[in-house]
Design a protein. Sequence first.
Length: 323
Amino acid sequence: MSSSPRVVVLAGGVGGAKFTLGVRAALARRGAPEATVVVNTGDDLWLSGVRLQPDVDSIVYALAGQNDTQRGWGRAGDTERVNHELQAWGAGWPWFTLGDLDLGTHLARTGWLRDGLTPTQVIGRMSRRWPLGVHLLPMTDTEADTIVVLCDGRRMHFQEWWTRHRAALQPAAFENPGIGDAAPAPGVAEAIAGADVVLLGPSNPVVSLGPILAVPGMRAALASTSAPVVGVAPIIGGRVVRGMADVCLAAIGVETSASAVAAHYGARADGGLLDAWLLAEEDGALAPEVAGRGIRPIVTPLWMTDAAASADIVDAALDAVGV
Ligand code: GDP
Ligand code: CA
């Protein structure tokens, strides 16, 4: 048992942020080094001339204590003056709010990207203003925004499907154009290779962890690391805790159950990703099924009600694999 494990986390936005708060707290308790958090950039988009990185910002704002906990997204105490002006011009998307403080982030990011910084370097700069207590990396420096292909053949950006249509239009597939030529961001493969444990956070398996795992080289890095790979179920009692991950899962033919999601990631021994899988107590009856798939089940409370509860989840994962 190592009291200073090197931890790598794969994460999406709001669920990923809640989990990452727990990772930071659990590692601080152990006096362990900062975790490396690899975040989904499939949600990213260009809007009104600025680059948005919703999942990056959800994690940055949460770790910096700047997030709006009431609303669940964006900056605490934000206003919408610029947004109203953009709408008056007919610019942007009328159904997509850009807060004033949030726009400050997007402008800073876009300026740095225009200056030639990579997304990795931009996140590095953001982490200088607000020490995050983790080493945050994008999954890739290449733009590969998620596109939803609808059953009627139409294609739209993930954010339009998710935010405007609330995932109500039947999806046939999720694609990340350009991802075939992408590579993991600098430091990602090295962190996975040097890790003592890799944690797949309870993020949306399809549109948050899906794009991360689709980056060429990512699965190979996970397959070849000597670190155990432990996943956390985003499903509790057969339901998604928040959001519309069930619609995404159905589109790729995966049932909304903690066991089916484990099977979707697959057992490492069978060429999949997982050594172990955290199941909620409500889903304890699924443990034998998960074990039968060659994945070690660990039954523990999975409600991320606050950072302490998330830290307990992380402790359960680390204890289970002896790091
Ligand atoms: P997004 O990018 O903002 O959609 O956030 P993520 O993809 O990182 O996380 C969304 C997922 O987190 C949803 O599918 C939820 O089921 C899951 N989730 C949210 N809260 C909890 C929780 O308290 N416990 C668990 N186990 N999963 C949660
Ligand atoms: Ca997201």
